[in-house]
Write a protein that binds this ligand. Structure first.
Ligand code: GLA
Length: 383
């Protein structure tokens, strides 16, 4: 993302002066999907696509915000009743409110922002936006908020202003990202560890189905509810089970008659997925990419058949990966559309991408988008 581009629009849109420029990335996740709000592990990394925003304190109590990509301008105050209706502006407003709730003293500012992380593609464009503003406002107004709390501010924005009961993974990755490293996060203890990720002979590539599912947020919240239902049932017998992360298949089977078949399947997926993240970390430590890839396929199967967050187009892309001998492939992020993430040997890359494009076009009448993954740094000030 080009700083000069954002700056030129900021100057044009506001009074000609410049402010400070900040950026935060989107993320990929190698494995560990829908585990974060279950207290489990995730394994994300920040990418080289994200949001860039310029901000300048304007001496009023109003935020004047301009979305460069949407060519849309919104002005709002900083009190709870000033919440804007426009959905993109609610992310910025939410971040402001969550900072204020934590005692941060912020005031009005002018801002313009733009992004190159595709929207609704499962790469966390919204977390990139939240982290950009959380990081920027904390820095500009010297709020003294630590990095974990910045991530939590983004997450609380989703919960309280955008209607998505998400976990912490996306905002964590956007704030804590480090070039060439994936991060294994324990979403209960919040302990994390950087893993160098530069697989020799393999590439990570995303194939975007270009499907955006409208009902994604309610379907997502519904999955979370299922997990909570199952925990409540298991807890009656095993009070120490706080999250599905603490449960195992034997415990799940004990409550099978008390929960719906749907909740059972969903919990079965999560219990398997928590373990798969640990298996992948072990495999990575010894450079065993075949096992990493196999676990990715298992995740896809679980997300498609048990958790039911895939869709026909993503299953199709996954099947093509399998046919081409791609090492690992699966739907990435919340699901219901968006991308598959693929771990592919260098020598298979061209043939795989070509076949995916041709077959997808033949079947769905449009091309999937292709994004090569570059693991990059997290939230930062650019100038
Ligand atoms: C979305 C949420 C995350 C996480 C993933 C699924 O990206 O924002 O918190 O739950 O889905 O792993």
């Amino acid at each position: 993302m080009d700083i000069e581009f954002v700056r030129s629009r900021f100057i044009k849109h506001f009074d000609g002066s410049t402010g400070s420029v900040y950026a935060s990335p989107g993320r990929i996740n190698l494995i560990g999907e829908h585990t974060d709000y279950n207290g489990g592990f995730v394994f994300p990394g920040a990418i080289d696509k994200g949001m860039v925003a310029e901000l300048k304190i304007n001496g009023t109590n109003k935020v004047r915000a301009y979305s460069i990509d949407l060519k849309d301008y919104v002005e709002f105050g900083l009190n709870e009743e000033d919440a804007p209706r426009t959905s993109w502006a609610r992310y910025i407003f939410g971040v402001c409110r969550e900072i204020i709730k934590r005692g941060g003293k912020i005031a009005g500012f002018n801002t313009a922002f733009a992004g190159d992380v595709p929207l609704g593609a499962g790469m966390s464009s919204s977390a990139a936006l939240e982290s950009t503003y959380a990081y920027a406002l904390n820095d500009m107004f010297n709020c003294g908020i630590d990095k974990f709390e910045l991530a939590k501010i983004g997450q609380a924005t989703e919960h309280n202003y955008c209607g998505v009961n998400c976990g912490i993974m996306d905002q964590f990755a956007s704030v804590f990202g480090k070039a060439e490293h994936l991060i294994r996060l324990d979403c209960r203890s919040l302990e994390y560890q950087y893993f160098p990720f530069n697989p020799q002979g393999y590439r990570l590539v995303l194939l975007d189905s270009v499907i955006k599912h409208e009902l994604a947020s309610s379907a997502y919240n519904d999955r979370r509810k299922s997990c909570e239902n199952v925990v409540a049932a298991i807890q009656k017998r095993h009070p120490h089970v706080e999250f599905l992360r603490d449960a195992n298949m034997a415990m799940l089977d004990e409550v099978k008659a008390e929960i719906s078949a749907e909740d059972y399947m969903r919990a079965e997926y999560v219990i398997g997925e928590v373990q798969r993240v640990l298996d992948v970390c072990d495999a990575l430590k010894c450079g065993d990419y075949e096992t990493v890839g196999q676990k990715m396929y298992e995740t896809h199967h679980g997300m498609s058949k048990l958790y039911e967050v895939s869709c026909e187009e993503l299953d199709f892309l996954n099947d093509i990966a399998k046919e081409c001998g791609v090492t690992g492939s699966r739907v990435m992020g919340g699901g219901f559309g968006g991308c598959t993430i693929n771990l592919v040997k260098d020598e298979l890359y061209d043939a795989f991408i070509e076949k995916a494009k041709v077959e997808y076009k033949k079947k769905y009448g449009r091309l999937p988008k292709v994004y090569d993954v570059v693991i990059s740094d997290g939230a930062r000030k650019l100038c």
